[in-house]
Design a protein. Sequence first.
Length: 512
Amino acid sequence: MESFYHISYHYKREAIFLKYISTRGGGESLSSAEAIIQGLSANGGLFVPEELPAVDAAFIQGLVSLSYEERAVAVLQQFLTDYTEEELCGCVTRAYGMGKFDTERKAPTKMFDDCSVLELWHGPTSAFKDMALQLLPQLLQTALAKTGETADVLILVATSGDTGKAALEGFRDVAQTKIMVFYPQGGVSRIQGLQMLTQEGGNVNVTAVRGNFDDAQSGVKRIFSDAAFGEELASHGVKLSSANSINWGRLVPQIVYYFSAYADLLAAGRIAYGDEVNFCVPTGNFGDILAGYYAKRMGLPVGRLICASNRNNVLTEFLRTGTYNRKREFFKTITPSMDILISSNLERLLYHAAGNAEQVAAWMRQLAEQGSYTISKELLANIQKTFWADWADDEATKATIRKAYETKHYIPDTHTAVAWCVAENYQKQTADRREMVVVSTASPYKFNGSVLTALGVSTDGMDEFSMLDKLQELNDNPIPRGLASLRDKAVRHHDVCARDEMKNFVAAFAKQ
């Protein structure tokens, strides 16, 4: 990384020292290291930078010749201003090095005639969450050392499938940490379940929750907001933190790959500097697409951010009408990582768009107490300048998988197919012909049954590993190492709890 230090030095030297504040006000102001350790603000809000950094053309064009790791350090420096360059380089090297990823570029951009696909699933758990959750443990461990924190940190995670395994793998046996993952019983794919339930490590726990993802996520948030429980754990030398995208240290690494994709398109001559690029993102908890919003606000030439939902299309409704309503039927789909009705990171967008923490806090109270809130027409119109939204049901998703295979000999997973379908809808319904990047969030092997069915292959009588082998026959990419290794792993985690029992399970694990 020697040459990179010279390129990035100007930006590091000129950067302001960013502080982090709550989306709900309250006066809390922390360094990035302190915010990463704490995870969630004391008043239940999410941490955001007090100011958003800006970069110029020289910064963006300078990324073209760099590796993904070097691009990551350059972008992270803009936000994590209390980390030294040496610390960030160390964190990035440990996160993305040592053979953890199966591609040199880490997040390659595959280009077709009519669109590009940003592949974010070449990490150890075959999902885009690896891009952040290999790095977050390194940022957290560095933060603990920087701040002199001596308590153990217990990471609580609610997952709809991918975050859990990526967080478990990232935090496995990391000193001064424990990690506990809650997932909806019956609400993840078989492969996702096996990935979590076979997880090794002396500091990990996996517990199923009777209910859906929103039950698990709400339960975790209640635990974080229980001050008395926090004090009880502190008396045992334990502090709570999060690896969900409510933690700034989980969100900030995701900003990197928007810059990286733009640099790839520049390098390939696909665009010229200044050309705006549209990104279509399969969206559940709103963190992945929000990272694109931060990239745009920093100065990356991003056109529209297209929010793609499945049948649980609460975000589509909000971005079209301005009303967020979680009081609706919940559907289990072939895109389980998007089976979400409460999108936590939308709160950050509302804070930046409205610029009013008291109003954000009021909306969040309405959501918790009444199940819905409505923003003003003026604010909605402002948000719609950047965001466009649509959704695809399971049949449209499967049709898109078939089409991608038949026309491009490319097999997307179900979540990527939702985004691909919505991207095509956007292009049909608008005159916008800017470069379209479909953000691909998981390997098709993670959802092999649904993908094979979409391709017209019967899975009757096949177990998960037979399906992996069958999909391999059709796919140019090999079965990822982490998934292939599941064949020989034993199930290690068996706990199941009700939503109102989660705190008791956390207490027991914390005190072990």
